[in-house]
Design a protein. Sequence first.
Length: 131
Amino acid sequence: MEPRDPSLMELRGNAIGTINPNSSSEEVFQNQTLRPILKLQNDLFIEVFRNYAVKQKNVFFSLGPDKKMAYIENVIQRDIKFRNSLKGMVIGLFTVQEYQEYILNSSNLNKRMMNMLIERLKSQVQLFENP
């Protein structure tokens, strides 16, 4: 069996975004770790959100485009269980070193992670059709 960390790095691919010497450690983590994981997990996030919407009595599917955007944001910010599930889908693809870095500043990194995920889902709202 191959070591976990190199396999994860190969699966995720390279950093997404610009990293320069002036980048903060949070920005570097965001571009090297969070963005590639969010991209890799994109299809899964879409299915997880669709399933969540169905379990919430399909209210989401009857909303207009602007209300759908607000719904996505509100759900991820307010439903702690759902948010923690999404976070787990990202954290599960961290290397050990990345996790050690993450726990030093998890609050700010969680905000970045959830904001990027919200924007990612909102930009693909047309993919959420009533099943």
